[in-house]
Design a protein. Structure first.
Length: 127
């Protein structure tokens, strides 16, 4: 019996044969990744719209300009948490978008980019 082949070996074989074989499984995975990626990017847009809401801007300006150090530190903590959350959402969306594209154009470069994005996603999650 032959040893199991890695995804990179399968991709290399497909590139050499010039064909990417779509099965119901790969089509479903591609659609799922594409829809999830769009949802993540839409969530990012919604978060940006929320952040620029007039009442939110007034509240954060009040915290930022406060003489009370605890309110000022609360502002910076909220800014950091919101920034990390938005970065997490963007990186997740990009990872899903690359996974969807990888079904059309499989390559080692896309796999490496996915690995970098997933690693960044893990680091941001822990932070």
């Amino acid at each position: 019996s032959q040893p199991p082949r890695s995804r990179t070996q399968i991709i290399h074989q497909q590139k050499m044969s010039g064909a990417v074989h779509f099965t119901p499984f790969t089509a479903t995975m591609m659609c799922a990744h594409a829809i999830t990626g769009v949802a993540y990017f839409w969530l990012t847009y919604q978060l940006i719209c929320f952040a620029f809401n007039t009442k939110i801007i007034e509240m954060t300006a009040t915290l930022r300009n406060s003489k009370d150090p605890s309110k000022k530190s609360l502002f910076y903590m909220l800014l950091a948490v919101c920034g990390l959350f938005d970065l997490f959402i963007i990186v997740c969306g990009a990872a899903h978008a690359l996974a969807a594209i990888g079904n059309f154009f499989p390559s080692d470069e896309l796999l490496n980019a996915q690995l970098v994005l997933m690693s960044l996603c893990a680091v941001v999650s822990v932070a």
